[in-house]
Design a protein around this ligand. Structure first.
Ligand SMILES: [Mg+2]
Length: 387
């Protein structure tokens, strides 16, 4: 049996702001766009637990947050600082196992099955990691420990902040029984509605359905849900997304094999990644494309480059070439683009800031970022994205 951890930092951006500004401690801290007295556009990126008691949530329009919590402390994100803290956290993880799969800036899966002989019981390892994160960064994390990724991910979310939830093999059915079907990996709003129409509201109810009937009504997703609802998930912890990579991915509302839409999405994701590269001052020498087919099989292809790139167009050009190497024999569920092998601007003479704007495409990239910052992301879309 495997021992998988899902470690998720608690209110990551907001907690870092409270750490760096002790005067924010105990206050509702809202990280995101400028609220401009309630007229601001853009959204909440993250907020402290104090802000959540006012009903503020991430992804909420910032103007709405302002209405709910006008007395909040509103701050702009400091991505560079968050990336720096994230690197410390990931370093802690790697002291316990090589099998670390970062999911986002503040979350990772760890396979510690092989660490037990050397480091002790899995729950003790989980506690040590929590403690070491706190000592290293001053921040708390919540951890789920379970036989697989699906269960570990749910577990880490149940007792936030500073939680540790252990799911043992014998308790799996009971653990899942009353949870809503939306907790199942792969169930988005659309599938959720479909399942509810079929009379399934909890994971426990779903286990009453036969495998055949689920496949009949949902295809390969039905097969997938049949196993997940029983707490079965064989996905390995894959340490392939490098610590230093910036990526963006999207799950389609409906699986698709529309090549035009897929290529357009690759450009949008590339633009998004490029925006973050420029904001954090990085250039990439590797591009990775990730595809998940409707059968849930997931594939990646990478290309290393002999130059460093930073614009959405350059990223998209390579990502599209990688995409063309995949057969479109099945519909696509998810697509992702990431930039790896990152180097700081100015890490070598060729990258000095003096030359940063020397290339026309890069100049355009910076202008796009400025417009987005001033008017919001939707204000500017490139011609080909309007198709
Ligand atoms: Mg988190």
């Amino acid at each position: 049996m495997r021992s998988i951890l899902h470690v998720d930092m608690d209110a990551f951006y907001a907690s870092i702001e409270q750490l760096d500004h002790p005067e924010y401690k105990g206050k509702p801290v809202i990280v995101g766009a400028d609220p401009k007295g309630g007229k601001g556009r853009g959204v909440v990126a993250a907020c402290s637990y104090e802000a959540r008691t006012f009903g503020v949530r991430s992804a909420l329009p910032i103007s709405r947050a302002w209405k709910l919590c006008p007395e909040g402390v509103y701050v702009r994100p400091r991505m560079k600082r968050y990336v720096e803290v994230s690197a410390h956290v990931m370093e802690v993880f790697r002291r316990y196992t090589d099998l670390v799969e970062p999911v986002s800036i503040d979350e990772a899966f760890l396979d510690i099955t092989g660490s037990a002989a050397l480091l002790g019981r899995p729950d003790q390892i989980a506690l040590s990691i929590k403690k070491e994160i706190h000592q290293t960064t001053g921040l708390t994390a919540s951890v789920g420990l379970a036989p697989n990724k699906f269960l570990a991910k749910i577990a880490s979310d149940l007792r936030k902040p500073d939680g540790l939830v252990v799911v043992q093999e014998k308790d799996i059915q009971e653990f899942l029984h009353g949870l809503p079907i939306s907790r199942l990996w792969g169930v988005g709003p659309k599938t959720e509605q479909r399942l509810r129409e079929m009379g399934f509201h909890t994971i426990g109810q779903l286990t009453a359905a036969s495998r055949e009937s689920l496949i009949r009504s949902l295809g390969s997703l039905g097969e997938h849900l049949f196993h997940l609802s029983r707490g079965k998930d064989n996905r390995p912890v894959v340490p392939n997304w490098e610590a230093k990579s910036i990526g963006s991915e999207t799950t389609f509302d409906e699986d698709t094999d529309d090549r035009e839409l897929l290529l357009r999405t690759i450009l949008e994701l590339s633009d998004h990644v490029a925006e973050r590269l420029r904001k954090d001052g990085y250039r990439a020498r590797k591009v990775t494309l990730k595809l998940r087919y409707s059968s849930f099989s997931t594939h990646t292809k990478q290309q290393s480059l002999d130059k460093r790139i930073q614009t959405g167009e350059e990223l998209a050009q390579i990502a599209r070439a990688l995409f063309s190497q995949f057969p479109l024999t099945q519909k696509i569920r998810l697509i992702g683009v990431s930039a790896g092998d990152l180097h700081r601007d100015g890490e070598d003479p060729e990258q000095l800031p003096l030359f940063a704007y020397s290339n026309g495409k890069e100049k355009l990239g910076h202008t796009v970022d400025e417009i987005k910052q001033r008017f919001g992301t939707d204000a500017l879309r490139r011609g080909s994205q309007l198709l």
